[in-house]
Design a protein around this ligand. Structure first.
Ligand code: BYC
Length: 474
């Protein structure tokens, strides 16, 4: 019999919660089976220099040490409760925040929590092979850190399901371990989480673009009137920051290395750049187009009655809801969305309440633009002349008003035929993937060494030097 209070760091009084303990007695072994099957390949015996969350205190929650990943202490943490917290938007605005699930919103809340929870194991599944072809021990350690924390985020959602949703919650928690990314019969819920992450450029793009959707969705859920969800998401956000850091610096380091090689050898043409064993900027642009457009779909339809209901009922707010200066009810205001008609993209004002997915997407795009500007500076600083561009919001979309239309990265409405003619200039091709993967056969495991296609980071993890043994092979 496992002593769960000893094994699972928590601030939810697990030691005295028999119901939760019983639920975990079933779920924890199933989770471990899932980790052994679907967690990082051939990683179970490695000692990894990981950060573990052991409390929620701002100055001391992260403990760094060598850990074998199956022995990682996946914990349950909620941001401490603010007794005075209220529901801050929608028709219940001004009521005390709910400590239990309101009966009428039970199935909706369960669905939101399940959708969020489903993404966490999905991303681990998508990334499971990448450890076999890592560019350095530093990068290997970082992907493993991301993986164990996605595991912890799954625990966070499963805690809510077990603690607040009774039998239905337990069934949903089990189903989270049954679905599989990319499986035709039992896929993950949201589109982007069924796409493969076949190489490290894709991984860094994913953590830059898709983990940032995680950030914005968690921020919106952190506003929830259902206080345990809000407090769980607030703590998850402290971990999410590292994932986006991994993505932004990862892509930045690849760009840096490519530009250094281009300057040094005075080459420009993609085939010459590839000849020198680095990833040409055109391929990086195509990966960017793919991950950006697939992630934009994760925000849902531009006009959504689901989103309006979530807001009106106080379940899911806007980004930084309490910092916004309006009535927080959105009874009269409008918001612009775009639709395609007569071969043109037209702007249209719709009730703001129905456009909340679009609004969150726009908040996200603002942050993406800032990140892109930082990558551009990396290019500019090396003297290479190349401009990275964000494609138009309507490019390559499968959800919302642009779905079914053929929009170019510049925002022109094309026929399917014209669009397909250019597809290989805009999205990664089979050849691009084959080239990128050809650079990534085999692991770089010598401390302080990096693969030729990526620059070293500026500093190590937790003040450790670059040649630190971030992962030990036993
Ligand atoms: N793929 O009104 P609509 C993260 C469905 S990432 C497939 O447009 P709604 C992470 C939708 O379910 C953050 N189906 O959408 C990142 C609905 O189905 P029904 C994850 C989709 O409900 C990296 C129908 O289309 N968290 O944490 O307003 C690594 C029409 O729905 C998609 C959340 O998403 C899609 N892309 O909004 C690790 C937060 N989009 O009702 C982790 C929770 C829509 O017809 N989720 N559909 O059966 C939500 O708030 C909402 O479910 C969504 C969709 C924003 C996703």
């Amino acid at each position: 019999m496992i002593d769960y209070t000893e094994k699972i760091p928590n601030n939810v009084d697990l030691g005295r919660d028999r119901v939760l303990q019983r639920a975990l007695e079933h779920w924890q072994p199933a989770y471990m089976n899932w980790w052994y099957d679907m967690g990082p390949t051939e990683s179970h015996a490695l000692d990894v220099y990981l950060r573990t969350a052991i409390s929620v205190e701002p100055d001391g929650w992260a403990l760094f040490d060598y850990v074998k990943m199956p022995e990682y202490r996946w914990g349950i943490f909620l941001q401490p409760r603010d007794e005075k917290r209220e529901v801050n938007f929608g028709i219940h605005k001004g009521q005390q925040a709910w400590q239990d699930v309101p009966g009428e919103y039970r199935s909706t809340l369960r669905r939101i929590i399940v959708t969020q929870g489903d993404t966490e194991p999905a991303s681990v599944e998508q990334q499971r092979l990448l450890g076999m072809c890592c560019p350095s021990l530093y990068d290997l350690r970082n992907i493993f850190q991301v993986n164990v924390e996605e595991g912890r985020h799954l625990w966070a959602m499963v805690y809510l399901l077990h603690r607040y949703f009774g039998r239905d919650g337990r069934e949903e928690a089990e189903a989270l371990l049954d679905r599989r990314s990319g499986d035709t019969d039992n896929p993950r819920i949201l589109g982007a989480f069924n796409e493969p992450t076949p190489d490290w450029l894709a991984f860094y793009m994913f953590t830059f673009f898709t983990d940032r959707d995680g950030k914005f969705q968690l921020c919106a859920l952190a506003e929830s009137g259902f206080d345990p969800l809000s407090r769980t998401c607030r703590f998850m956000l402290t971990e999410e920051a590292h994932h986006m850091f991994v993505g932004e610096t990862g892509v930045g380091r690849i760009i840096q290395r490519t530009c250094e090689v281009m300057s040094e050898h005075k080459v420009d043409a993609p085939s010459d750049v590839r000849g020198l064993g680095v990833i040409d900027l055109q391929t990086i642009q195509r990966y960017l187009n793919f991950h950006y457009s697939v992630t934009l779909d994760l925000y849902g339809s531009d006009v959504s009655s689901n989103a309006a209901n979530y807001f009106t009922n106080g379940l899911k707010g806007r980004y930084r809801e309490t910092k916004l200066e309006d009535d927080h009810v959105l009874s009269d205001s409008t918001y612009p969305v775009y639709e395609v008609a007569g071969g043109k993209i037209n702007k249209k004002e719709v009730p703001a309440l129905t456009a909340l997915n679009e609004r969150l997407r726009d908040d996200y795009i603002g942050e993406i633009e800032d990140g892109l500007a930082r990558w551009q500076r990396v290019i500019d600083n090396t003297g290479v002349s190349f401009r990275l561009r964000l494609p138009h919001k309507g490019f390559h979309r499968e959800i919302g008003n642009f779905a079914g239309h053929f929009i170019s990265p510049e925002g022109d409405v094309l026929t399917e035929e014209a669009w397909k003619q250019h597809e290989s200039e805009w999205l990664p091709t089979v050849k691009d993937h084959a080239y990128v993967q050809s650079l990534m056969c085999g692991r770089v495991t010598e401390p302080g060494k990096f693969a030729n296609w990526i620059a070293p980071p500026i500093r190590g993890i937790n003040g450790k030097p670059m040649n630190f043994q971030y992962v030990r092979f036993n």
